[in-house]
Design a protein around this ligand. Structure first.
Ligand SMILES: O=C(O)CCC(=O)C(=O)O
Ligand SMILES: [Fe+2]
Length: 217
C-alpha cells in the first residue's frame, strides 16, 4: 500500500475527506459543540487527572493521557490493556459525557457504522513537543466496532498509514472540531500524530486535545 496522497491542500469547506473505503475525516463535525466538549473535558479531568504513561518497553509517551467510560486504556510494563480504574487515583473512571457519546454515535452513523455505542474515551493532551508514533488500535475486543476521534485545540499533522508499519503514511491536517472515523477494512490502519502545527488555539493555547471513543468490551 503506497498512500502517498497529501491532504495539505484541502479546501477548508470540504466536509468529508475519504481516507479509505471505511475511513473518513468529517471536517468541522464537532465545531458546533466544541465549547461544550472542552468544558466537559475540564470536568472529567477533575476526577480523572491526566498522567504520563510509558510504552510496555518503558519509553514515556510524550502526550498526557486519561480516560472516561467503564474502561480506560492503559499502557504499562505488562502491555496495553483496558482497565477499570485510574492507575493513580485507583478510582473508577468517570462516565463518558452524554454529549460525547451522542456525537460519536452520530459521526459513526455518517461514516457507515450503525449503532456505535462507545464504552471508553481516551483523552490525549498534546503540547508543542508531543507526538504519537505510528500504531494500530487493537486492544479492543470487537474490531468490527469503529474508532471515532475528535480534535480540539491546535491543529495537528495526522499520519495515516497502511496495514504495515512500513507503509508510507499520508499526511492529513486535523483542525479544531474535525472528527475522524475508521473501521471495517480500515480498522487496523497504522496512524499517529507527527506534531502540532499552526498558531496556538485562541481558547486552549499551545495545546491539542484528542478524544478517542471506542468500544472496548
Ligand atoms: O491524537 C490523535 O488524533 C490520534 C490518537 C490515537 O491514535 C490514539 O489515542 O490511539
Ligand atoms: Fe490510535
Amino acid at each position: 500500500m503506497t498512500a502517498s496522497f497529501d491532504l495539505f491542500a484541502d479546501s477548508p469547506e470540504e466536509q468529508r475527506v475519504a481516507l479509505g473505503p471505511q475511513a473518513v475525516v468529517l471536517r468541522q463535525k464537532a465545531s458546533p459543540l466544541a465549547a461544550e466538549l472542552v468544558a466537559r473535558i475540564e470536568d472529567v479531568l477533575q476526577h480523572s487527572p491526566l498522567y504520563q504513561m510509558a510504552t510496555p518497553g518503558g519509553k514515556p509517551l510524550s502526550v498526557r493521557t486519561t480516560s472516561c467510560g467503564t474502561h480506560g486504556w492503559s499502557s504499562d510494563p505488562t502491555g496495553y490493556s483496558y482497565v477499570r480504574h485510574h492507575p493513580l487515583t485507583d478510582q473508577a473512571w468517570p462516565e463518558i459525557p452524554a454529549a460525547w457519546s451522542a456525537l460519536a454515535t452520530e459521526a459513526a452513523q455518517e461514516a457507515g457504522f450503525a449503532q456505535f455505542a462507545p464504552d471508553t474515551c481516551l483523552i490525549n493532551q498534546y503540547g508543542l513537543d508531543s507526538k504519537m508514533a505510528l500504531h494500530q488500535d487493537r486492544s479492543e475486543q470487537d474490531l468490527r466496532q469503529p474508532v471515532v476521534s475528535i480534535s480540539l485545540g491546535m491543529s495537528a499533522l495526522f499520519l495515516w498509514g497502511g496495514m504495515q508499519r512500513s507503509d508510507k503514511p499520508a499526511h492529513v491536517l486535523l483542525h479544531h472540531g474535525d472528527m475522524v472515523v475508521w473501521g471495517g477494512v480500515d480498522r487496523l490502519r497504522f496512524h499517529g500524530i507527527k506534531h502540532l502545527t499552526g498558531a496556538p488555539h485562541p481558547q486552549l493555547g499551545a495545546m491539542r486535545y484528542n478524544l478517542t471513543l471506542r468500544r472496548a468490551r
